[in-house]
Design a protein around this ligand. Structure first.
Ligand code: GRF
Length: 202
């Protein structure tokens, strides 16, 4: 399967996907990385790994719709089977979601449906939860609410602060995302009646 990765920042999840896809039996190939931020550290990491990159700077567009049209055009040119969001910090318009729904995966740094949105680690600490983690899910029109493919939990320890908890979750993200993408690309995880189910390869 051909995979494009959308990024906005440092790109450690992107790097985990690129590294996994370099393994001989991995069922997906990372064919492109697209950033909406020209300064994203992810761009240099991808380039060093030999993955073609492009920049679609959201600041260069007058509206969300105009940005999404440009992103859609670039993705249509690349023609990926799967689009992985990896720290991609943009909400997309319904028109864009309609065109790519069922092909977009995201990783969220919390155990959904808890702590949708931003600042998940601070909010988990404030809530006093004892388990926290990350979720790979399909992207739908409602933010962080699409069908869940896979989750990984980590303990919240006494003495954790936002950065120690974020680091523990991030390490889990780097293991989870490549595994979830592999299941999705192989078809051993697939959408049935609005939920992700697991079964043998089709
Ligand atoms: C990750 O924690 C991801 O779950 C969240 O933003 C962070 C991105 O980190 N959406 P990176 O760019 O993958 O290093």
């Amino acid at each position: 399967k051909r995979v494009a990765i959308l990024v906005s920042g440092r790109g450690s999840n992107m790097a985990a996907l690129i590294d996994a896809a370099a393994e001989p039996d991995y069922p997906a190939e990372i064919v492109a990385v697209i950033s909406n931020r020209p300064g994203a550290g992810a761009l240099a990491v991808a380039a060093r790994a030999g993955v073609p990159t492009s920049i679609i700077d959201h600041k260069a567009f007058a509206s969300r719709e105009a940005f999404d049209v440009a992103l859609d055009a670039e993705l249509s040119r690349i023609a990926p089977d799967v689009v992985c969001f990896a720290g991609f910090m943009r909400l997309l318009t319904p028109g864009f979601i309609d065109r790519w729904e069922g092909r977009m995966l995201n990783i969220h740094p919390a155990l959904l449906p808890s702590f949708k949105g931003l600042d998940t680690h601070a909010r988990a600490l404030a809530a006093g939860v004892k388990l926290h983690g990350c979720t790979v899910h399909l992207v739908t029109a409602e933010m962080d609410a699409g069908p869940i493919i896979a989750q990984a939990a980590v303990p919240v320890l006494d003495g954790d602060d936002e950065s120690s908890l974020a680091a523990r979750v991030l390490a889990a993200e780097h293991l989870l995302y490549p595994r979830a993408l592999a299941m999705w690309a192989r078809g051993t995880a697939r959408l049935e009646d609005g939920r992700v189910r697991f079964g043998p390869e089709p």
